[in-house]
Structures are given as C-alpha cells and as structure tokens.
Design a binder for this molecule. Structure first.
Ligand code: NFS
Ligand code: SF4
Length: 643
C-alpha cells in the first residue's frame, strides 16, 4: 500500500542513503532488526502488570492467570497508553507553570510576560482581580491557579468552561468531566493494576476522562502560559528541512518540546559577544534550527528554521554540520548518543527528567537559564573546528506558520473585528466544505511524511481547510504545503478563493502537539459564532493521525473523539484491536455517547474519502448542503432561461 521507500521526501532519502553508504545505523535499520514484531503486542493482548504473568491471550489461552480476558487487557493497555500521553503533555504544562510563577516572583529573571493582553484575558477567565495590579502580580495569581489545576483536591478542570454547553452536558452526564490532571492519571494507573477495574467499558470511559484532562487541561494550559511568557504566535515565514543547516555557520539544534530551553538558546544566539566568538573561529554566524515540537514553537514565535521532524533527528547529525544538539524532553531517540559519537556533534541533555547514558547533562535551571544557554552555545562554537566531511541536502521550503485560535480570527476579520464569521459563512455557503485536523508524528513503518502530505493534498483539493500540528505540520512544510503560493495551486476553487482573499495558505500550521488544544478552542468559537450547530459534534470537522509513534497521539485522538470529532488513525499503528468488544466500542458505540469516534485507515486516499464523507454527512445534518444545492439549481435555471 505504501510506496517502497523509507522517506517520501527527497532530503531525508538522500541522508538515509548516505548513512547506508557510511554504514551508520538509524531507526529504519533498527526496525528491520526488530522485525517481525510481536503479534501479541500488535493486538494489545499482552499483559505484564502482575507477576503471575506475563499473559498473552490466544484462542488456546483466552484468559490470563487472574482470569482477565482480552477485553480487559486491551482496555487496560489503551488506558495506560492514554495516561502516559496525558502525563507527557501535562507535565510539560506543569513545567511551564512553574517557570511562569518563578518568573512572576522574580526568581527566574530571564522569563517574563511578553503578551500582557493575553495575560489579562486569561486572568479574567480565571477570575483574577487585575485592577491596580502589576503584570507580575497578575501573572503570579494566574500561575498559581494554573499550577493548582494539576493537583487540586476538589472541582473540575477550569478550561472545560471553554467548551460549548451541550458538550459540557455530555461530559457531565457520562461522568467524564476531568478533575485534577494528576488525579485522573493516578486513577488510570490504579484502575488498571491487577484486580481493580475489569469492565472494559468502565476502563475506556476513564481513558476518556484522562484524555480530556489533557486536551481541556494540561495541554491547553501549556499553550496559554507559553503564549503569555514567550509571546503569542502570529503568522510569519520561516524555512523547513535539512537544507536550513548552514555550511559556514555554527549550527545548533534544539530538539524536544519545552520552549523553556529553546527560547533561551535563541536569545543566547543573538548575543553580540557570542556572534563575535563564532566569527573568531571562522564561522559566519550562529544558526539555530529546531527538531520536533520545539521547532514548531520556535518557528511560530520567532521565525527560527526547522531542520525536520521526529525521524530527521539522526539524519541531521549525519550531515556532519550539527555542532551541538541540545535536547530536553519527549521524542528524543536514545540512538542519538551513538550517532553523535560517530560524528563530531556535541549532544547535551538539559532536563533533569530526561538523561541519556553517555551524554553530558547540563541542566537548564530557571534562575540562570540564559547563562546556561550561552554556555551551551560556546560549546557549539568551540566544536565548529572539529567538523569532518559535511553533507547538507539542498532542500528547504518557505513556510507560513503561527496560526492559533486568536491569529486565525484576526486574519479572517482584522484586529478590530476579529471574528470567525467569514469562516462560518464560507463553510455555510459551501466554498469551504469543512475543516480537517492532520496531526501526528513520523514512523519508520511508513515512508516518512507520505501519509500526512498525501492526505492534506487530497483534502485541500476537495475544498477542506486543513489545520495541522506537530510533526505532521513539519511534514507538510517540507513539501511546500505551508507555502501559500505553492499550496494554493493544489486547493479546490472555493477554498482557494477564500484563502487568497484572506491571505492564508490552505494548510494552517497551528504549532506543536500541545497546541492541539488550540484547535478545540477554535472549534468551540466557531460553534459560538453561530450557524453551524450547537455542539462540536455538529461541525463539518474531522481529524486524522496516519503516522504516529507516541502515546501522546493516542491521548490527543481520545480527547478529540470525546469532544465529538471523528478521528482516523492508521490501523497498523493502533495496537488495540485484539478485543472485538473494545474495537466495536471505540469505532462505533462511543459515538452514541460522545458524538465522535475512531476510524481506522492507513491509506491516505481512503482516509481522505472517509473524512470527506463524514464532513458531507455533517453538512447534510446541518441543512447547509440543501441550501447550496438549491442556489446552484436556481442559477442553472436562470441560465437556461437566458438561453
Ligand atoms: Ni507530537 Fe511532538 Fe513529533 Fe509525534 Fe513527537 S515531536 S508532541 S509525539 S513525534 S508529533
Ligand atoms: Fe496475567 Fe492477570 Fe497478571 Fe495481567 S493481571 S499479568 S492477565 S495474571
């Protein structure tokens, strides 16, 4: 079904070939060594949560030692994966909240308030008194409330208030309104230990609650606090792909997720003294580039180039041009240590939560973050002279990124009458059929970027506006889909007309994976704008993640489903199909409760058809298809009369 190559994109393929010639191993080679992979694991029917096991469910042995059946084991595995994904996003959110508070207290002098307007907006939302208070005082109050969301003993997630009323009622009725984030995760772990919750539906319902604590909690807080602290993204241009590495400059790569590190590295790289130092070693400057979500954060806030997405991390080092790579948390391959040792790249871990044996650890501490970032850059400069042979693929694409629920509104309606009205009108009149979210990673089981790009092309051709985040967004960027001039050529006439009028590409890069929560807020505001139903589940909206690696993707999928959205996932990358009951629930029955459901399809063309059919069915239900058809019919009539 997939094209038989490792990457659908030229630069990566070039580096993969080069690594093969040099005898260097990467994720694709290790996948080959791991193949064939365990069939029980692929079905989610392996349980090793107690020492009577590990138990593997088969026809011959349909029950674990404790008597647990496939339904329980698959549901428990699903719940645990969601809980891990939620923990990753939300612990990122917590780290941001802690630095935010330290900044407000003056204990982290390098972090401040860059978007006071948003600070005041969130303060109002949180019920924080702002009269006669300084921004720092307000930030402290906001930060304390945000931090409490992770572990408060009573009440529900505050951000849930942003959802449309019928949605909140559904969550109340089904008992899944998320409480403290930590509590949902702890309860997930408790329920899924040996001998606790053994009803697959009950387990899956808690997976929903846990996921909602992320989408409408931890991840949403992360995005909002980062906006206040580092500035809200606004649409701007940058470059994406390995070709952003510079032969004649000191190349520094920041890789991971939390802007707490990468923002400081960017600031440090602009220090005139360090630039001078770089020149002294024969470099023309200091070039910062990002990998993974931290890259999305930096491009959308500062126009900093993106070297690539998840599977590019080893390839970047193999160019021989990366003088230093600083990583923090999540999606960092341990394989980097080996490859960095083979080339000249200095690799550093910076988060105390994430260390790698054989890699020097230089923690970024909030009270002296900029100073540490400068030290890291000095190490890169000192390493410039150690470069061996350099091979940088000649590929990069200009990309417009930086779309948020706020900035899309501004683009549509202008700063003074920012509104989703024009978007709603164009969905209602059928120029735009609907909205699709394309999210996710890159996985060596799929030719890199292939599904994200093909799916996006198919959807925009059919007049669907695409919003994208994470590594999917970088994939689209590498293949010119975030470049308005190129991408609009591929868009259907209605979508093209609207995008040209507003001045946006047909694929909107909305940031990192925690920023998926921005899509929920945007969708809620589209509902509030009117004309497209009362709830998120009524919108002509669908989501897809056809290349994923991470439990985070599962958490995102589950909170989208629980928010009323259909989510298409690649069947091969969904290891929870070993129970018919769990499959039936996630693919069908869950829709009756939440209005959204999972769908499984690996082929991007077929996934696009599923999404288009879903979007049209929602349009039918809203009655907006009838109207456009009637109008067209009258036009035809008029024309025939004229003839
Ligand atoms: Ni999302 Fe970001 Fe990329 Fe996947 Fe990893 S970087 S949080 S998990 S691989 S999109
Ligand atoms: Fe086996 Fe049950 Fe223990 Fe799981 S909990 S390992 S199924 S005995």
């Amino acid at each position: 079904m997939y094209p038989k190559k490792r990457s659908s994109e030229k630069a990566a393929q070039e580096m993969i070939d080069l690594m093969a010639e040099a005898g260097q191993e990467n994720a694709w080679d290790r996948l080959d060594q791991q193949s064939p992979q365990c069939g029980f694991g692929k079905q989610g029917v392996c349980c090793r949560i107690c020492t009577m096991g590990p138990c593997r469910i088969s026809k011959k042995a349909p029950l674990g030692v404790c008597g647990a059946d496939a339904d329980t084991i698959v549901a428990r595995n699903f719940l645990r994966a969601v809980a891990c994904g939620v923990s990753a996003h939300s612990d990122h959110g917590r780290a941001v909240a802690e630095v935010f508070i330290a900044g407000a207290k003056g204990e982290a002098p390098d972090y401040g308030v860059k978007d006071p307007e948003k600070l005041h907006r969130i303060a109002k939302e949180f019920g924080v008194e702002t009269k006669d208070k300084s921004d720092k005082e307000i930030a402290l109050a906001v930060g304390e409330i945000a931090l409490a969301e992770f572990g408060k003993s009573h009440g529900n997630q505050l951000m849930v208030k942003r959802a449309p009323k019928p949605r909140k009622q559904i969550w109340e009725k089904t008992g899944v309104t998320p409480r403290a984030i930590d509590r949902e995760v702890v309860e997930a772990m408790h329920r899924s230990t040996m001998g606790v919750d053994q009803d697959y539906k009950s387990l899956l319902l808690h997976a929903t609650r846990t996921a909602l604590a992320d989408g409408w909690g931890g991840a949403m807080l992360a995005s909002d606090l980062q906006d206040i602290m580092f500035g809200s993204p606004t649409p701007g241009i940058g470059n994406i792909n390995l070709g952003v590495l510079q032969k004649d400059q000191v190349n520094v790569i920041v890789h991971g997720h939390e802007p707490i590190l990468s923002e400081m590295i960017v600031a440090a790289s602009q220090d005139p003294e360090l630039i001078k130092k770089a020149e002294e070693v024969g470099a023309k400057g200091i070039n910062i580039a990002g990998i993974c979500c931290t890259a999305n954060e930096l491009l959308s806030r500062h126009g900093v180039s993106i070297a690539g997405n998840f599977l590019c991390q080893e390839l970047a080092i193999a160019t021989g041009a990366v003088d230093m790579m600083a990583v923090d948390v999540q999606c960092v391959m341990q394989g980097l240590q080996k490859i960095a040792a083979c080339y000249h790249t200095k690799l550093f871990t910076t988060a105390d939560k994430a260390k790698i044996p054989g890699v020097e650890h230089i923690p970024i501490q909030e009270d002296c973050a900029l100073k540490t970032a400068k030290e890291l850059i000095v190490k890169a400069i000192d390493n410039f002279k150690n470069r061996g042979e350099v091979h940088i693929p000649d590929d990069k694409q200009a990309a417009v990124t930086g779309f948020t629920n706020e900035s899309i509104k501004y683009m549509l309606g202008g700063k003074f009458r920012a509104s989703y009205r024009p978007l709603n009108d164009n969905i209602m009149n059928g120029k735009i059929r609907g909205i699709a979210a394309i999210v996710g990673c890159s996985n060596p089981k799929v030719p890199m970027d292939y599904t994200h790009v093909e799916l996006a092309k198919e959807l925009i051709k059919n007049n669907v506006l695409v919003l994208t985040t994470g590594c999917a967004s970088i994939a689209c960027g590498k293949q010119a889909l975030l470049n308005p001039k190129e991408a609009l050529k591929l868009a259907g006439p209605g979508l093209r007309e609207v995008c040209e009028t507003v001045g946006i590409p047909p694929v909107l890069a909305c940031g990192s994976c925690v920023d998926n929560s921005r899509l929920l807020v945007a969708a809620s505001e589209i509902v509030a704008e009117g004309g497209l139903g009362e709830d998120l589940s009524e919108l002509p909206l669908a989501g897809a993640c056809l290349e994923s690696i991470s439990e985070k993707a599962l958490a995102i999928g589950q909170y989208f489903v629980a928010s009323g959205v259909m989510v298409v996932f690649a069947k091969e990358l969904f290891p929870y199909l070993g129970s018919d009951n769990v499959t039936d629930y996630l693919l069908k029955d869950i829709e009756q409760e939440f209005g959204g459901h999972w769908a499984l399809e690996s082929d991007p063309a077929k996934a696009a058809q599923l999404m288009l059919a879903h979007i049209e069915s929602k349009r039918d239900a809203l009655g907006i298809n009838e109207e456009t058809e009637r109008k067209l019919y009258t036009m035809e009539e008029r024309r025939s009369l004229e003839l």
